[in-house]
Structures are given as C-alpha cells and as structure tokens.
Design a protein around this ligand. Structure first.
Ligand SMILES: NC(=O)c1ccc[n+]([C@@H]2O[C@H](COP(=O)([O-])OP(=O)(O)OC[C@H]3O[C@@H](n4cnc5c(N)ncnc54)[C@H](OP(=O)(O)O)[C@@H]3O)[C@@H](O)[C@H]2O)c1
Length: 330
C-alpha cells in the first residue's frame, strides 16, 4: 500500500498518488471498459484512493465507469469529479478558447451547478461526492457565485469537499473566502512548472492541496511522444507536434538516463519528483494498463536526494518544454 497524505491542511487523507480516469475514455488510444474497471480496482487495491473523473469525460460515461469500478468498494475510494464543461448546446454557457484548436463551453451558473451535481451523483451511484471541482471558471460568472452554489451541495450533505480546477491564484482567494476549498487541480509536471510561480505559494498560504493533472506530461515524461495515432487527442497539444516535439524529445532525454541510473522508470522519476515538491501534492497519473498502476504506485517509494533534485532542475527548469500551454494557462 502506498503512503497517505492529507489533502490540504487538516483535509481528508488520501493515497499520496491518486488515479486519473480520463484516459479510459479513449482520448489517448483505445480503452476497453472491462480493462478500465480492472485498472481502477488495482489502483484502489494499492492505496491510490483518490479517483479523478469529470462529468465531461466521455460526456458522463467516465462517471458511470467509475461507479462500476467502485461497486462494493465505496468506502475505500475517495471520489473526485468536476462540472462546468457544458456539452448540451441548449445550456447557456460561455465559449472559452483553448490551445486544442476548438473552444470549450463553460458554465459556472448556479442553476447549472445544482443540476450538474444531481446528474453526477446519479451517474456515480453515490450518496455524496468526496471532492467536487469546478472544472474551469466561467468568465461570465463571478467565481463567488459559482462557489456559493457549490457550497449548497456541502450543506445538503451531498458533497464532502470543494475543489477548483484551472484557476488563477486570485480566483482561489476569492473562492476560498466564500467556502473553504480543499484542493486545486492544475497541470503540473516537469514539463509545465508554471504553478510554482504564484499558484502553489498561494495554495500553501491558504492550506489548500494541489492535485497535479497530467503529472506525466500527458504521457510524454513516461515515454510517449514519438508514435501517437492520427486521432490521438494529444496531437492538438503544441508540445506534441513538429519542431516542438523534436526539441522536447531532445531536451527531456537526460531524464530517462537519470531514471535508469536510479533503477527507476521515466514515469516513476516524474511522479517521484512531484511527490518531492511537498507533502501537499497528490498527483493523479492516468493509465489504461493495470500493470502500469503497479509501476506508478512504486514511485511513491522512490527517494530522490538533493543532488538528484538539482540535476532534474538543471535538465527541466520552469519553461523547458517547447510549445504553448493548453487551456487554463495562468
Ligand atoms: N482538470 C483538468 O482540466 C484536467 C485535464 C487533463 C487531465 N486531468 C486529469 O488528470 C489525469 C491525468 O492526466 P492525463 O491522463 O492527461 O496525463 P498523465 O497522467 O500525465 O499521462 C497519461 C498517459 O501516460 C501514460 N502512462 C501512464 N503511466 C505510464 C507508465 N508507467 N509508463 C508509460 N506510460 C504511462 C498513459 O498511457 P497508457 O494508458 O498507455 O498507460 C497515458 O497515455 C486525467 O486522467 C484526468 O483525470 C484533468
């Protein structure tokens, strides 16, 4: 079993590494549902208790898949989901441009939050969601209004903790003043370290946990990059294409050599580095493969000393990756 961490000051205890279920919807290659369920269960068996999903993943399907995976295991799972990306064209929402080549429609409207919560509870088959995030802030709705609506879910007992995703430090402060925020989710890894500038210090000041999404750089830091399928979602990511990709493969190659020296895999090195950034981080690597759960979980026991950390900093300082960051850059 992997060690546990507290999500934010005095927050709930979860496994030091969680599991990101988005990959089970086929964005990064085909995923068969029975394999997905077995993978999630393996994560729980190893103590990766924080299961990350969203109503947007597979347009609701991912929450149903998580429901199937936690059947009979609810008490061991810490279920985190998100709302805010509206797929129904009839839903009033704000179009937000992204780096993916298409916009997202975002709604942080209070009435939408209420309906989204009811729908997520139904799909997940749970009485309460352990951690309920706003997936993206709605530029047309003050975050205070969205969080006040989310807080009603806590008061009614249907939500245990509130979270935010893809927010600025200022938005975190404003939201936290309305209702305590347990965790913020933001892309953070060795190829996107911008959270270190303002977001992470603010979270630490406020006692809020950071849940790094794409902790493996959407697979790049684990060795993906060279052979993505034509319909792989990551081809929309500027870091994964053309000259940027060529430069990134060269820049980050020394990390693989360091991993080999440590008797670890590149994925384990990337996850261990995140865990060494502070006890308040709970990364949520995604994989479709049961065996890789075991590999990733073992990263929680990989010790990096000061010399290793300095070498990693020299190879992959903030800004090392070529290519613009995706939506949510702050
Ligand atoms: N809040 C947000 O806006 C947001 C955005 C994106 C993601 N997320 C959440 O964060 C989670 C993680 O992010 P992510 O899935 O985008 O990226 P990630 O965890 O950085 O990388 C996932 C990729 O890494 C590969 N991988 C995992 N372990 C590996 C290993 N040991 N060796 C080799 N390859 C390995 C997986 O491939 P295989 O499947 O082939 O193993 C998969 O393609 C998501 O699942 C989602 O829950 C949140």
């Amino acid at each position: 079993m992997i060690p546990t961490r507290t999500l934010g000051t005095g927050g709930p205890a979860v496994g030091a590494l969680g599991y990101g279920a988005m990959v089970l919807e086929g964005y990064y290659g085909p995923a068969a549902e029975p394999d997905g369920i077995a993978t999630v269960r393996r994560a729980l068996d190893l103590g990766m208790t924080l299961l990350d999903t969203a109503d947007a993943y597979g347009n609701g399907h991912n929450e149903q898949l998580v429901a199937a995976a936690i059947a009979g295991r609810r008490a061991r799972a810490f279920v985190a989901t998100k709302f805010g990306i509206a797929f129904d064209p009839a839903e009033a929402a704000t179009e937000v441009p992204t780096g993916w080549g298409f916009p997202l429609r975002i709604s942080g409207r209070p009435d939408y939050a209420r309906r989204a919560l009811a729908a997520s509870l139904r799909r997940l088959g749970v009485d309460a969601i352990d951690l309920w995030y706003l997936h993206y802030p709605d530029p047309a709705v003050p975050i205070e209004d969205t969080v006040a609506a989310m807080a009603a879910g806590v008061r009614s007992g249907r939500v245990h903790h509130l979270g935010l995703s893809n927010v600025t430090a200022d938005q975190v402060r404003r939201a936290h003043a309305v209702h305590p925020i347990a965790a913020v989710q933001f892309e953070y890894s060795l190829w996107r370290r911008e959270a270190e500038r303002e977001l992470l210090p603010t979270l630490r000041e406020l006692g809020i946990g950071l849940v790094p999404w794409a902790p493996l750089g959407s697979g790049f830091l684990a060795g993906a990059g060279e052979a993505l399928d034509a319909d792989d979602f990551r081809r929309h990511n500027p870091k994964f294409v053309g000259a940027n990709l060529t430069a990134n493969l060269a820049r980050f190659a020394p990390l693989s050599a360091l991993a080999r020296e440590l008797g670890a895999t590149p994925a384990q090195l990337a996850l261990a580095w995140l865990l060494h950034q502070g006890p308040d981080l709970v990364p949520i690597p995604g994989t479709r493969k049961r065996d890789r759960i075991d590999e990733n979980a073992a990263a929680a026991r990989l010790r990096l000393d000061d010399e290793h950390l300095a070498r990693i900093d020299a190879i992959a300082p903030l800004g090392a990756a070529c290519g613009a960051n995706l939506v949510g850059d702050r």
